[in-house]
Design a protein around this ligand. Structure first.
Ligand SMILES: CC(C)(COP(=O)(O)OP(=O)(O)OC[C@H]1O[C@@H](n2cnc3c(N)ncnc32)[C@H](O)[C@@H]1OP(=O)(O)O)[C@@H](O)C(=O)NCCC(=O)NCCS
Length: 298
């Protein structure tokens, strides 16, 4: 770091480079790579590095799926002291969220990581037993998830989205994966849809149809160029939230080609007899779709 404002930082160093190839090599062999906060200069000197910066730089070099900070704090808190379970960096940039000053440094690491290709960051407590499992495998987690890809927006669809949705679903209707929907039908049902928009382009959509205490999740689609980056999961999450808000206690889905996707996310196989009356009478015998159900718990 040298001398800054007259203070000689002596053996405190900055990250110069990450040996990404070596890390990837170890990872591909199934190893867990532990990286200390010590750096070595080409001339053989040892430097102490900021551990959060090392973590951030390694995550960026690997374009990691996640960067998880295990800290003294449970997560980020707002000024009233309440835990924020999910935060979109665009909200913090526009000042919509006020944070405790202590959390700003961590958040700026998350911000830089997200700008450099890390999909998600998490801030969790190292003092909470099971925090990692709870954060990664429960719906609300126990710390704070930081979302950086704010140029992607998940939102309820509006009438202007009809052409984009038609374009997104057309190839799947042709292949038989989805039932055909006319423009008129889509226009009349548009408020049931949730979409993900990226740079003005609709890349993912899903719909929720209300059958009293049951809800049908339908038309879940991600554009082939954007698959396998959790967008389907994010839409399912949004649909489940909307369903709970409408007092729906159970979701069902009819699918011909994606049954496994749903069973891996808590759905289990059911049959047409279990469908709500309004849906059962329109069950298409020719398609013979698999019926799957999932109970929504609070
Ligand atoms: C199913 C679909 C919506 C998933 O979208 P996505 O944005 O890629 O979803 P995610 O990123 O959250 O999930 C990707 C994971 O699901 C897996 N997956 C994708 N399609 C699958 C299928 N048909 N069956 C089982 N798993 C599937 C991927 O291999 C990936 O697995 P991984 O995380 O282990 O690598 C997308 O593949 C799609 O549009 N399919 C065609 C439309 C369809 O059949 N919709 C369901 C009927 S309503």
């Amino acid at each position: 770091m040298g001398i800054k404002d007259g203070v000689d930082h002596q053996l405190s160093g900055l990250v110069r480079s990450i040996n990404e190839g070596a890390i990837r090599h170890q990872l591909s062999g199934g190893s867990i790579v532990l990286i200390p906060s010590m750096g070595y200069s080409p001339s053989g000197e040892t430097f102490h590095l900021d551990v959060d910066v090392v973590a951030r730089e390694v995550a960026c070099a690997l374009s990691a799926d996640k960067l998880i900070f295990m800290t003294e704090q449970t997560g980020l808190k707002d000024i009233t002291g309440n835990l924020i379970s999910e935060i979109d960096l665009s909200d913090t940039r526009t000042g919509d969220v006020s944070l405790e000053p202590l959390t700003e440094k961590l958040l700026s690491h998350c911000d830089q990581a997200c700008r450099q290709g890390v999909a998600r960051c998490h801030i969790i407590s190292f003092a909470t037993d099971g925090a990692l499992l709870e954060e990664l495998f429960t719906r609300d987690g126990c710390g704070t998830q930081v979302i950086g890809n704010s140029y992607e927006q998940i939102r309820t669809a509006s009438i202007e989205d009809v052409p984009g949705i038609l374009k997104l679903i057309a190839p799947l209707e042709e292949s038989g994966a989805l039932v055909k929907r006319s423009r008129e039908l889509l226009e009349s049902e548009i408020q049931q849809f949730v979409v993900i928009e990226r740079d003005g382009l609709l890349i993912s959509c899903a719909a929720l149809y209300d059958y009293d205490t049951s809800g049908e999740l339908a038309c879940l689609v991600t554009h082939p160029d954007y698959r396998n980056s959790d967008r389907g999961d994010r839409l399912l999450d949004a649909i489940e939230k909307a369903a709970r808000a409408n007092d729906i206690v159970e979701l069902f889905v009819l699918t011909t080609q994606s049954a496994h996707w749903f069973t891996e996310r808590g759905f289990s196989e059911s049959n047409r007899e279990a469908l709500p009356a309004g849906k059962k009478e329109f069950y298409n015998d020719q398609r013979s779709s698999t019926v799957l159900r999932k109970a929504l718990r609070d």
